[in-house]
Design a protein around this ligand. Structure first.
Ligand SMILES: C[S@@+](CC[C@H](N)C(=O)[O-])C[C@H]1O[C@@H](n2cnc3c(N)ncnc32)[C@H](O)[C@@H]1O
Length: 304
């Protein structure tokens, strides 16, 4: 491994960026990466985990629904692509079975949520002066602004409660409804400021964080994507193959946990992590965005 815990992209030397993949050393260990075997990275992002698997001698099929991530990855991993050790595909992970076809996969990784590239992409994922869009995939029809300006008050409350677990959902929805009567909310910073003015600031986390999370999850149907993709991941794994899922909030972790239990009853998966793997204090210090990461790892007990 070039530098455990820290992947300096790329493998070619154009567009070098520093990106720290979450739970880097743990991923290589728990996926049991073996030279020559093929792994599926369902969430390529900056290619941090893909780089680690390649470094350990594995071959990778990688997916990302974000065209920009794939475009940058194709430049950064040009050598791995041309040598045939990496296939990088622009697609959603709920189509992974089609992408993999009949190939045998030794391990599947999901590193859920958004990438730092998306956070700084001017697409409304952060609280800046940027359009309230939040689509990871430009082919999606509905933006965050459409939801904020178009949903009824009750639907807004439900969205913020279920996907954001937002304790001030009703208060925030009311403020949005009042505000949009004057003028639709079109920019991320307008919404962030409105929320801050409505509920105030407590602690280090911005008060709009949960609302932005809820909108992003709804715009990109993130729960639906995960629910549809997990059974496909199991079906492409060979016997003994590993499935690793890194999630960043309890809603996703719950889906993964219940899926694992169901598959265990059917004799298809066994959870290897009795409690989810968390980043070390040291990792959280160097990479604060890893703080809420939880990884569950399963082994395929029956398979192709
Ligand atoms: C947290 S980042 C992954 C970071 C990556 N593991 C790394 O180390 O660079 C999540 C990535 O998954 C992608 N993604 C999210 N949902 C997806 C889906 N349903 N299908 C394919 N890619 C998805 C996002 O576009 C984003 O680039």
């Amino acid at each position: 491994m070039r530098n455990p815990g820290k992947s300096t992209l790329p493998i070619s030397n154009t567009h070098v960026r520093e990106h720290i993949p979450v739970l880097a050393a743990e991923i290589v260990h728990w996926l049991d990466v073996q030279p020559g075997k093929t792994y599926l990275d369902a969430t390529f992002g900056f290619g941090g985990h893909t780089g680690l698997i390649l470094d350990a001698g594995g071959r990778v099929i990688a997916l990302d629904r974000d065209e920009e991530a794939v475009r940058v990855g194709q430049e950064q991993f040009a050598l791995a692509i041309s040598s045939g050790s990496l296939e990088l595909v622009h697609n959603r992970f709920d189509c992974l079975e089609t992408v993999v076809g009949k190939r045998h996969i030794a391990g599947v990784l999901f590193d859920l949520g958004m990438s730092t590239m998306q956070l700084s992409s001017d697409r409304g994922f952060s609280f800046g002066d940027e359009s309230l869009d939040m689509r990871m995939d430009a082919s999606l029809g509905v933006t965050a602004a459409d939801l904020v300006n178009g949903l009824g008050r009750r639907e807004l409350v439900k969205l913020l409660e279920t996907l954001g677990e937002e304790p001030f959902a009703a208060k925030i929805a009311e403020a949005i409804v009042v505000r949009r009567k004057e003028k639709p909310l079109t920019h991320a910073h307008e919404l962030a400021r409105l929320i801050e003015n409505t509920v105030g600031r407590r602690g280090r986390i911005h008060p709009a964080t949960r609302v932005f999370q809820a909108l992003r999850m709804a715009v990109n149907d993130e729960r639906g994507q995960l629910t549809r993709a997990l059974p496909q991941a199991v079906s492409v794994l060979g016997s003994g193959g590993r499935l690793a899922v890194i999630s960043f909030h309890s809603l996703e972790d719950r889906i993964v946990k219940h899926f694992g239990k169901e598959q265990h009853i059917q004799g298809a998966l066994m959870e290897l992590t009795t409690t989810p793997i968390r980043p070390s204090e040291e990792e959280v210090q160097t990479n604060p965005s890893s703080r809420s990461a939880k990884m569950r790892v399963f082994a395929r007990t029956l398979g192709i």
